[in-house]
Ligand binder design. Structure first.
Ligand SMILES: C[S@@+](CC[C@H](N)C(=O)[O-])C[C@H]1O[C@@H](n2cnc3c(N)ncnc32)[C@H](O)[C@@H]1O
Length: 280
């Protein structure tokens, strides 16, 4: 393993087509979708909107948006006269976990957010990215691009990992493992889990108005989706954590045992969600 080379997310650090990655994305969606969709609801994402889902992963939010812009209720029933023409463009550098996503108003595009042009060639009412920009060294330049892809009156929603509760964990092995994940991602692909602590300023400084922010701090344990997600992430990153000597094998074994223990509870990372509107 070449730990000195500058790597990117899809250089087999995370991502990839296998079943474990599919399960990791599904667990991530189980943990985070209720908060994401609550925020999108509160922002009144509506039938007829044109939406961009950046780094769509397993596609759960793209699918939710596709129903919403088509004017379907949560139960999949048509609300209104059925003539609404919304659209969702779901992009990812790797679209293999999006292959089964299908809806008439949904387009899946293989697209690198750091360099490819405006997907579909027209600006959006909503641009949403969850757990993408913090993993990209070019996050500020990417945010500049996302800002220009908004229609006047459109809304940009960013969700990002925020590392603040981990140091205070009372479980030493869990703390060491979670900090190992944070540090290995910082050292390999340049992930910045402190970036979101400055939200919503990156939106305000780009001229967005009515900015706001919410924080979600999921409990990890009791065999829940968050515990599954961190178990899969830890298993995936363990060889690199070991390679860079960021945590002891004993601590990682113990952390995995704790995550599998139904009586264990702790809190890992938070998610910061910020939004802002383009003046219309
Ligand atoms: C942690 S996953 C999050 C997936 C999804 N947004 C979610 O929250 O469930 C990060 C996603 O960003 C994608 N990604 C990484 N680098 C990218 C890039 N340069 N352009 C577009 N997508 C990228 C990955 O392939 C992966 O699907």
């Amino acid at each position: 393993m070449d730990s000195q080379r500058i790597l990117r997310y899809a250089d087999d650090v995370l991502g990839g087509p296998d079943e474990a990655e599919r399960s990791r994305l599904a667990a991530m969606a189980d943990v985070c979708d209720p908060t994401t969709t609550r925020v999108l609801d509160e922002l009144r994402v509506a039938a007829g909107w044109r939406c961009l889902e950046v780094g769509a992963g397993g596609g759960s939010i793209a699918a939710w948006l596709a129903d919403r812009v088509a004017g379907l209720s949560a139960a999949g029933e048509v609300v209104g006269d059925g003539t609404v023409e919304g659209e969702v463009v779901a992009t990812d550098i790797d679209t293999r976990h999006l292959a089964e996503l299908a809806a008439p108003q949904l387009t899946v595009l293989r697209h690198d957010i750091t360099r490819d042009p405006l997907p579909g060639g027209r600006p959006f009412d909503l641009v949403h990215a969850r757990f993408v920009l913090e993993h990209l060294r070019e996050r500020e330049a990417v945010l500049d691009r996302l800002r220009t892809w908004l229609k006047p009156g459109g809304v940009l929603v960013l969700e990002s990992l925020a590392g603040f509760p981990v140091e205070s964990s009372p479980n030493p092995a869990f703390r060491e493992a979670m900090l190992g994940i944070e540090q290995v991602l910082a050292k390999t692909i340049g992930t910045d889990s402190t970036w979101a602590r400055g939200f919503p300023e990156p939106l305000r400084s780009r001229g967005l108005v009515d900015v706001g922010m919410s924080v979600h701090l999921p409990t990890t344990g009791g065999g829940n989706a968050s515990a599954r997600c961190w178990t899969l992430t830890l298993n995936r990153l363990r060889p690199r954590i070991r390679d860079l000597r960021l945590a002891s094998d004993a601590a990682l074994d113990e952390a995995l045992d704790r995550l599998a223990d139904p009586s264990f509870f702790d809190v890992g990372f938070a998610t910061a969600i910020a939004w802002g509107w383009a003046p219309g």
